[in-house]
Design a protein around this ligand. Structure first.
Ligand SMILES: N[C@@H](CCC(=O)N[C@@H](CS)C(=O)NCC(=O)O)C(=O)O
Length: 193
């Protein structure tokens, strides 16, 4: 049984729950963080000194934090081909796209675009900054667009762990009101999910 501490509105929790679903793992999840609080208690901080969500335990394992590490842990322990292949070169290719998605897509989207558009009152939004951030992200998405013109999924022609790290951010990207640049292969890929 995987125990998850993290509110379902967190994009990290969404990535994890997608992974748990794909791997068919039993789980229990507790809403922690943001409006639910609970991430500044001594009990929580003893599991994750950062005070952020999410955290998991697998059975009575030690606590694990950092979403990327958690996804890799679950994949190492429970996944099979082609989601997380054993062969080093194939696995590293997936890991490369997963890491790229976390660093380049999630970071360039969440704070500079999502928080500005969704969490900031309209009168405080800086439209010029938002447009600049969309332009910066767009150059990253051009790389994904080229990859998706060649492959069905972000790392290869199969659904893998990298699609969870990439796809969970797209869910928000396509859900909010912004001027999105044209990326037809990206749209084709997104509607698969
Ligand atoms: N690098 C960490 C980031 C953790 C993080 O910043 N989590 C956010 C939610 S996505 C958080 O805990 N925010 C404060 C809160 O929800 O109270 C990871 O990938 O797990």
């Amino acid at each position: 049984m995987i125990t998850v501490w993290g509110r379902k509105t967190s994009s990290n929790v969404q990535a994890l729950m997608w992974c748990i679903g794909e791997l068919g793992l039993p789980f229990a999840r507790y809403d922690i963080g943001h409006k639910y609080g609970g991430n500044d208690t001594p009990e929580f901080l003893s599991m994750n000194p950062n005070g952020t969500v999410l955290v998991i335990k697998d059975g009575d394992s030690a606590s694990i934090w950092e979403t990327g590490a958690i996804l890799r842990y679950l994949a190492n322990r429970y996944a099979t081909l082609p989601f997380w292949p054993e062969e080093l070169e194939a696995r590293t290719n997936i890991d490369k796209w997963a890491e790229w998605s976390k660093i380049n897509i999630a970071l360039n989207f969440t704070a500079p675009i999502f928080w500005q558009v969704v969490r900031t009152a309209q009168q405080h939004q800086n439209q010029a900054e938002i447009a600049k951030a969309i332009d910066k992200l767009s150059h990253m998405l051009d790389i994904a667009e080229s990859q998706l013109q060649e492959h069905d999924f972000i790392a290869s022609d199969h659904f893998t762990l990298a699609d969870i790290q990439f796809g969970h951010t797209l869910y928000r990207y396509f859900d909010i009101k912004i001027n999105r640049p044209r990326h037809p292969a990206l749209i084709r890929y997104f509607i698969l999910f």
